[in-house]
Ligand binder design. Sequence first.
Ligand SMILES: NC(=O)c1ccc[n+]([C@@H]2O[C@H](COP(=O)([O-])OP(=O)(O)OC[C@H]3O[C@@H](n4cnc5c(N)ncnc54)[C@H](OP(=O)(O)O)[C@@H]3O)[C@@H](O)[C@H]2O)c1
Length: 315
Amino acid sequence: MNPETPIFIAGHGGMVGAAVVRELRRQGFSRLLLRTRFELDLCNGRAVEEFYRKERPGAVLVAAARVGGIHANQTYPAEFIRENLAIALNLIHGAHRHGVPRLLFLGSSCIYPRSASQPMSEDCLLTGPLEPTNEAYAIAKIAGLKLAQFYRRQHGVLFHSAMPTNLYGPGDFYHPTNSHVLPAMLRRFHEAREQGAPQVTLWGSGSPRREFLHVDDLARACVHLMSLADPPDWVNVGTGTDISIRELAEHVRDVTGYGGELVWDTSRPEGTPRKLLCIDRIAATGWSPRIEWREGVARTYQNYLQERAEGRLRE
Ligand SMILES: NC(=O)c1ccc[n+]([C@@H]2O[C@H](COP(=O)([O-])OP(=O)(O)OC[C@H]3O[C@@H](n4cnc5c(N)ncnc54)[C@H](OP(=O)(O)O)[C@@H]3O)[C@@H](O)[C@H]2O)c1
Protein backbone atom coordinates (compact mmCIF):
# COMPACT_ATOMS: atom_id res chain seq x y z
CA MET A 1 0.00 0.00 0.00
CA ASN A 2 1.26 3.49 -0.87
CA PRO A 3 1.84 5.61 2.32
CA GLU A 4 -0.40 8.30 0.76
CA THR A 5 -3.39 5.94 0.55
CA PRO A 6 -6.35 7.25 2.63
CA ILE A 7 -7.05 4.35 5.03
CA PHE A 8 -10.25 4.11 7.11
CA ILE A 9 -9.66 2.35 10.46
CA ALA A 10 -13.15 1.41 11.69
CA GLY A 11 -12.98 1.11 15.48
CA HIS A 12 -9.75 3.14 15.83
CA GLY A 13 -10.61 3.88 19.49
CA GLY A 14 -10.59 0.20 20.44
CA MET A 15 -7.62 -1.93 21.52
CA VAL A 16 -6.92 -3.33 18.02
CA GLY A 17 -7.83 -0.17 16.10
CA ALA A 18 -5.52 1.97 18.24
CA ALA A 19 -2.65 -0.50 17.80
CA VAL A 20 -3.11 -0.48 14.00
CA VAL A 21 -3.12 3.34 13.98
CA ARG A 22 0.19 3.29 15.95
CA GLU A 23 1.71 0.75 13.53
CA LEU A 24 0.56 2.59 10.36
CA ARG A 25 1.96 5.88 11.68
CA ARG A 26 5.21 4.08 12.64
CA GLN A 27 5.41 2.84 8.99
CA GLY A 28 4.87 6.38 7.64
CA PHE A 29 1.19 6.22 6.62
CA SER A 30 -0.17 9.74 7.03
CA ARG A 31 -3.72 9.80 5.63
CA LEU A 32 -5.75 7.91 8.25
CA LEU A 33 -9.53 8.37 8.32
CA LEU A 34 -10.74 8.03 11.94
CA ARG A 35 -14.34 8.43 13.26
CA THR A 36 -15.72 7.86 16.75
CA ARG A 37 -19.00 6.00 17.21
CA PHE A 38 -20.71 9.33 17.83
CA GLU A 39 -19.39 10.71 14.54
CA LEU A 40 -20.27 7.55 12.60
CA ASP A 41 -22.46 4.75 13.99
CA LEU A 42 -21.37 1.75 11.90
CA CYS A 43 -24.72 0.01 12.53
CA ASN A 44 -26.36 2.83 10.54
CA GLY A 45 -26.12 1.76 6.89
CA ARG A 46 -27.15 5.17 5.49
CA ALA A 47 -24.48 6.99 7.54
CA VAL A 48 -21.80 4.51 6.40
CA GLU A 49 -22.79 5.01 2.73
CA GLU A 50 -22.64 8.79 3.16
CA PHE A 51 -19.16 8.50 4.75
CA TYR A 52 -17.86 6.34 1.88
CA ARG A 53 -19.40 8.67 -0.76
CA LYS A 54 -17.69 11.69 0.85
CA GLU A 55 -14.30 10.27 1.90
CA ARG A 56 -13.61 7.57 -0.75
CA PRO A 57 -10.96 5.61 1.23
CA GLY A 58 -8.33 3.61 -0.69
CA ALA A 59 -8.42 0.87 1.96
CA VAL A 60 -10.51 -0.12 4.98
CA LEU A 61 -9.65 -2.08 8.12
CA VAL A 62 -12.68 -3.41 10.05
CA ALA A 63 -11.56 -3.39 13.70
CA ALA A 64 -14.94 -2.24 14.99
CA ALA A 65 -17.17 -4.78 16.75
CA ARG A 66 -19.24 -5.52 19.81
CA VAL A 67 -16.70 -7.49 21.83
CA GLY A 68 -16.75 -9.07 25.30
CA GLY A 69 -16.01 -12.07 27.56
CA ILE A 70 -18.12 -15.18 28.32
CA HIS A 71 -20.47 -13.33 30.72
CA ALA A 72 -21.27 -10.52 28.23
CA ASN A 73 -21.77 -12.98 25.33
CA GLN A 74 -24.18 -15.05 27.40
CA THR A 75 -26.12 -12.03 28.68
CA TYR A 76 -26.47 -10.02 25.41
CA PRO A 77 -26.53 -12.57 22.50
CA ALA A 78 -29.10 -10.53 20.50
CA GLU A 79 -26.94 -7.38 20.53
CA PHE A 80 -23.79 -9.37 19.75
CA ILE A 81 -25.24 -10.95 16.59
CA ARG A 82 -27.20 -7.89 15.38
CA GLU A 83 -24.48 -5.27 15.87
CA ASN A 84 -21.66 -7.41 14.48
CA LEU A 85 -23.74 -8.46 11.44
CA ALA A 86 -24.72 -4.84 10.77
CA ILE A 87 -21.13 -3.57 11.06
CA ALA A 88 -19.83 -6.25 8.66
CA LEU A 89 -22.62 -5.80 6.09
CA ASN A 90 -22.56 -1.98 6.11
CA LEU A 91 -18.77 -1.73 5.80
CA ILE A 92 -18.28 -4.51 3.22
CA HIS A 93 -21.29 -3.73 0.98
CA GLY A 94 -20.69 0.02 1.29
CA ALA A 95 -17.03 -0.40 0.34
CA HIS A 96 -18.02 -2.26 -2.81
CA ARG A 97 -20.74 0.25 -3.74
CA HIS A 98 -18.25 3.14 -3.46
CA GLY A 99 -15.33 1.49 -5.25
CA VAL A 100 -13.04 0.90 -2.27
CA PRO A 101 -10.44 -1.49 -3.78
CA ARG A 102 -9.17 -3.07 -0.58
CA LEU A 103 -10.68 -4.17 2.77
CA LEU A 104 -9.45 -6.33 5.66
CA PHE A 105 -12.16 -7.75 7.94
CA LEU A 106 -11.24 -8.92 11.46
CA GLY A 107 -13.00 -11.93 12.93
CA SER A 108 -11.93 -14.20 15.77
CA SER A 109 -10.78 -17.77 16.43
CA CYS A 110 -14.19 -18.57 17.96
CA ILE A 111 -15.46 -19.07 14.36
CA TYR A 112 -14.03 -22.60 14.45
CA PRO A 113 -15.94 -25.66 15.79
CA ARG A 114 -15.85 -26.29 19.56
CA SER A 115 -14.28 -29.71 19.16
CA ALA A 116 -12.05 -29.02 16.16
CA SER A 117 -8.75 -30.86 16.25
CA GLN A 118 -5.95 -28.69 17.61
CA PRO A 119 -4.21 -26.66 16.35
CA MET A 120 -7.11 -25.35 14.26
CA SER A 121 -6.35 -24.68 10.59
CA GLU A 122 -8.44 -22.44 8.35
CA ASP A 123 -9.88 -25.55 6.69
CA CYS A 124 -11.86 -26.61 9.77
CA LEU A 125 -14.31 -23.71 9.28
CA LEU A 126 -17.99 -24.88 9.22
CA THR A 127 -17.05 -28.53 9.94
CA GLY A 128 -18.88 -28.81 13.31
CA PRO A 129 -20.94 -27.14 16.07
CA LEU A 130 -19.70 -23.88 17.62
CA GLU A 131 -18.96 -23.14 21.28
CA PRO A 132 -22.44 -22.29 22.70
CA THR A 133 -21.19 -19.55 25.09
CA ASN A 134 -20.33 -17.22 22.16
CA GLU A 135 -22.28 -18.67 19.21
CA ALA A 136 -24.10 -15.41 18.37
CA TYR A 137 -20.83 -13.50 17.99
CA ALA A 138 -19.16 -16.38 16.09
CA ILE A 139 -21.95 -16.62 13.52
CA ALA A 140 -21.75 -12.88 12.82
CA LYS A 141 -17.99 -13.18 12.34
CA ILE A 142 -18.39 -16.16 9.97
CA ALA A 143 -20.91 -14.11 7.99
CA GLY A 144 -18.40 -11.24 7.76
CA LEU A 145 -15.64 -13.58 6.55
CA LYS A 146 -17.96 -15.05 3.90
CA LEU A 147 -19.21 -11.59 2.83
CA ALA A 148 -15.61 -10.54 2.12
CA GLN A 149 -14.86 -13.84 0.35
CA PHE A 150 -17.93 -13.75 -1.91
CA TYR A 151 -17.66 -10.02 -2.76
CA ARG A 152 -14.06 -10.78 -3.79
CA ARG A 153 -15.14 -13.81 -5.86
CA GLN A 154 -18.08 -12.02 -7.61
CA HIS A 155 -16.66 -8.49 -7.98
CA GLY A 156 -12.87 -9.08 -7.99
CA VAL A 157 -12.31 -6.65 -5.12
CA LEU A 158 -9.39 -7.28 -2.70
CA PHE A 159 -11.56 -8.00 0.34
CA HIS A 160 -10.05 -10.53 2.75
CA SER A 161 -10.07 -11.47 6.45
CA ALA A 162 -7.89 -12.25 9.46
CA MET A 163 -8.92 -14.42 12.40
CA PRO A 164 -6.92 -13.45 15.49
CA THR A 165 -6.63 -15.53 18.63
CA ASN A 166 -7.18 -14.01 22.13
CA LEU A 167 -5.59 -10.56 22.17
CA TYR A 168 -4.20 -8.40 24.95
CA GLY A 169 -2.21 -5.20 25.38
CA PRO A 170 -2.54 -1.42 25.85
CA GLY A 171 -6.08 -0.03 25.63
CA ASP A 172 -7.80 -3.26 26.61
CA PHE A 173 -11.22 -3.33 28.25
CA TYR A 174 -11.11 -3.90 32.07
CA HIS A 175 -14.76 -4.39 33.09
CA PRO A 176 -14.90 -6.65 36.23
CA THR A 177 -17.26 -9.23 34.62
CA ASN A 178 -17.71 -8.33 30.91
CA SER A 179 -14.03 -8.27 29.88
CA HIS A 180 -11.76 -11.07 28.58
CA VAL A 181 -9.90 -13.43 30.94
CA LEU A 182 -6.50 -11.69 30.92
CA PRO A 183 -7.61 -8.06 31.58
CA ALA A 184 -10.11 -9.37 34.18
CA MET A 185 -7.29 -11.22 35.95
CA LEU A 186 -4.88 -8.26 35.89
CA ARG A 187 -7.52 -6.04 37.51
CA ARG A 188 -8.66 -8.71 39.98
CA PHE A 189 -5.12 -9.45 41.26
CA HIS A 190 -4.13 -5.77 41.39
CA GLU A 191 -7.21 -4.84 43.46
CA ALA A 192 -6.77 -7.89 45.71
CA ARG A 193 -3.21 -6.79 46.46
CA GLU A 194 -4.35 -3.21 47.16
CA GLN A 195 -7.12 -4.46 49.50
CA GLY A 196 -4.92 -7.11 51.14
CA ALA A 197 -7.44 -9.84 50.21
CA PRO A 198 -6.35 -13.31 51.48
CA GLN A 199 -7.49 -15.07 48.30
CA VAL A 200 -8.58 -14.56 44.68
CA THR A 201 -11.29 -16.82 43.21
CA LEU A 202 -11.14 -17.61 39.49
CA TRP A 203 -13.73 -19.24 37.22
CA GLY A 204 -13.30 -22.89 36.23
CA SER A 205 -10.55 -25.44 36.95
CA GLY A 206 -7.55 -23.63 35.44
CA SER A 207 -6.91 -26.48 33.01
CA PRO A 208 -8.30 -25.01 29.74
CA ARG A 209 -5.48 -24.03 27.41
CA ARG A 210 -5.46 -20.72 25.53
CA GLU A 211 -3.27 -18.79 23.12
CA PHE A 212 -2.56 -15.08 23.71
CA LEU A 213 -1.24 -12.66 21.08
CA HIS A 214 -0.03 -9.13 21.93
CA VAL A 215 -2.08 -6.57 20.00
CA ASP A 216 1.04 -4.90 18.58
CA ASP A 217 1.94 -8.20 16.88
CA LEU A 218 -1.57 -8.33 15.42
CA ALA A 219 -1.26 -4.73 14.19
CA ARG A 220 1.94 -5.64 12.32
CA ALA A 221 0.12 -8.66 10.83
CA CYS A 222 -2.78 -6.46 9.63
CA VAL A 223 -0.49 -3.96 7.87
CA HIS A 224 1.50 -6.88 6.41
CA LEU A 225 -1.67 -8.57 5.05
CA MET A 226 -2.93 -5.26 3.61
CA SER A 227 0.31 -4.92 1.65
CA LEU A 228 0.10 -8.37 0.00
CA ALA A 229 -0.84 -8.39 -3.71
CA ASP A 230 -2.83 -11.63 -3.41
CA PRO A 231 -3.60 -12.44 0.25
CA PRO A 232 -5.48 -15.63 1.18
CA ASP A 233 -9.25 -15.16 1.62
CA TRP A 234 -8.71 -15.57 5.35
CA VAL A 235 -5.81 -16.37 7.65
CA ASN A 236 -5.38 -17.23 11.30
CA VAL A 237 -3.22 -14.86 13.36
CA GLY A 238 -1.72 -16.21 16.59
CA THR A 239 1.49 -17.33 18.25
CA GLY A 240 1.04 -21.04 17.52
CA THR A 241 1.64 -21.87 21.21
CA ASP A 242 -0.82 -22.13 24.14
CA ILE A 243 -0.72 -22.06 27.94
CA SER A 244 -3.12 -23.22 30.67
CA ILE A 245 -5.31 -20.66 32.42
CA ARG A 246 -3.58 -21.76 35.63
CA GLU A 247 -0.11 -20.90 34.19
CA LEU A 248 -1.48 -17.52 33.12
CA ALA A 249 -3.00 -16.86 36.56
CA GLU A 250 0.25 -17.72 38.32
CA HIS A 251 2.21 -15.36 36.06
CA VAL A 252 -0.32 -12.54 36.57
CA ARG A 253 -0.12 -13.13 40.34
CA ASP A 254 3.68 -12.74 40.18
CA VAL A 255 3.61 -9.70 37.83
CA THR A 256 1.09 -7.86 40.07
CA GLY A 257 2.98 -8.81 43.26
CA TYR A 258 -0.08 -10.46 44.82
CA GLY A 259 0.87 -12.80 47.69
CA GLY A 260 -2.46 -14.40 48.61
CA GLU A 261 -4.08 -17.72 47.66
CA LEU A 262 -5.55 -18.75 44.27
CA VAL A 263 -8.97 -20.51 44.49
CA TRP A 264 -10.69 -22.19 41.50
CA ASP A 265 -14.54 -22.10 41.30
CA THR A 266 -15.30 -25.17 39.19
CA SER A 267 -19.06 -24.46 39.26
CA ARG A 268 -18.47 -21.69 36.70
CA PRO A 269 -18.36 -22.12 32.87
CA GLU A 270 -14.81 -22.21 31.38
CA GLY A 271 -15.43 -22.48 27.62
CA THR A 272 -13.67 -24.87 25.24
CA PRO A 273 -10.97 -27.21 26.66
CA ARG A 274 -8.35 -25.95 24.22
CA LYS A 275 -8.20 -23.25 21.55
CA LEU A 276 -4.96 -23.04 19.54
CA LEU A 277 -4.62 -21.73 15.99
CA CYS A 278 -2.46 -23.21 13.24
CA ILE A 279 -0.55 -20.23 11.83
CA ASP A 280 1.22 -21.96 8.91
CA ARG A 281 -0.77 -20.02 6.29
CA ILE A 282 0.19 -16.52 7.53
CA ALA A 283 3.73 -17.71 8.30
CA ALA A 284 4.04 -18.72 4.65
CA THR A 285 3.36 -15.07 3.70
CA GLY A 286 6.35 -13.95 5.83
CA TRP A 287 4.80 -12.82 9.13
CA SER A 288 5.67 -14.14 12.63
CA PRO A 289 4.92 -12.92 16.18
CA ARG A 290 7.67 -11.13 18.16
CA ILE A 291 6.26 -10.56 21.70
CA GLU A 292 6.55 -13.55 24.09
CA TRP A 293 3.50 -13.86 26.44
CA ARG A 294 5.35 -13.45 29.76
CA GLU A 295 7.05 -10.27 28.55
CA GLY A 296 3.79 -9.10 26.94
CA VAL A 297 1.77 -9.60 30.14
CA ALA A 298 4.37 -7.75 32.22
CA ARG A 299 4.29 -4.81 29.74
CA THR A 300 0.48 -4.82 29.76
CA TYR A 301 0.35 -4.58 33.57
CA GLN A 302 2.44 -1.38 33.27
CA ASN A 303 -0.04 -0.10 30.62
CA TYR A 304 -2.89 -0.91 33.03
CA LEU A 305 -1.24 1.04 35.88
CA GLN A 306 -0.58 4.02 33.58
CA GLU A 307 -4.13 4.01 32.09
CA ARG A 308 -5.55 3.88 35.63
CA ALA A 309 -3.27 6.69 36.85
CA GLU A 310 -4.25 8.86 33.85
CA GLY A 311 -7.96 8.11 34.27
CA ARG A 312 -8.32 6.56 30.83
CA LEU A 313 -8.88 2.93 31.83
CA ARG A 314 -11.65 1.43 29.63
CA GLU A 315 -14.09 -0.33 31.96
N1 LIG B 1 -10.02 -8.51 22.03
C1 LIG B 1 -9.77 -9.74 21.64
O1 LIG B 1 -9.28 -10.60 22.39
C2 LIG B 1 -10.06 -10.16 20.20
C3 LIG B 1 -9.73 -11.47 19.82
C4 LIG B 1 -9.95 -11.86 18.50
C5 LIG B 1 -10.51 -10.98 17.60
N2 LIG B 1 -10.83 -9.72 18.01
C6 LIG B 1 -11.42 -8.84 16.98
O2 LIG B 1 -10.69 -7.65 16.88
C7 LIG B 1 -11.60 -6.58 16.57
C8 LIG B 1 -11.40 -5.44 17.55
O3 LIG B 1 -11.55 -5.93 18.86
P1 LIG B 1 -11.04 -5.05 20.13
O4 LIG B 1 -10.58 -5.98 21.16
O5 LIG B 1 -10.17 -3.93 19.67
O6 LIG B 1 -12.46 -4.44 20.61
P2 LIG B 1 -12.73 -3.07 21.37
O7 LIG B 1 -11.53 -2.65 22.13
O8 LIG B 1 -14.01 -3.24 22.07
O9 LIG B 1 -12.91 -2.04 20.14
C9 LIG B 1 -14.03 -2.07 19.32
C10 LIG B 1 -14.21 -0.67 18.78
O10 LIG B 1 -15.33 -0.71 17.90
C11 LIG B 1 -16.12 0.44 18.14
N3 LIG B 1 -17.51 0.18 17.79
C12 LIG B 1 -18.30 -0.83 18.22
N4 LIG B 1 -19.55 -0.71 17.70
C13 LIG B 1 -19.53 0.43 16.94
C14 LIG B 1 -20.51 1.12 16.16
N5 LIG B 1 -21.75 0.66 16.04
N6 LIG B 1 -20.13 2.25 15.51
C15 LIG B 1 -18.87 2.72 15.63
N7 LIG B 1 -17.89 2.14 16.35
C16 LIG B 1 -18.23 1.01 17.00
C17 LIG B 1 -16.00 0.68 19.65
O11 LIG B 1 -16.33 2.00 19.94
P3 LIG B 1 -16.60 2.45 21.46
O12 LIG B 1 -15.23 2.68 22.02
O13 LIG B 1 -17.39 3.74 21.29
O14 LIG B 1 -17.35 1.35 22.12
C18 LIG B 1 -14.51 0.38 19.88
O15 LIG B 1 -13.72 1.53 19.65
C19 LIG B 1 -13.01 -7.16 16.59
O16 LIG B 1 -13.44 -7.45 15.28
C20 LIG B 1 -12.84 -8.42 17.34
O17 LIG B 1 -13.74 -9.37 16.90
C21 LIG B 1 -10.62 -9.27 19.27
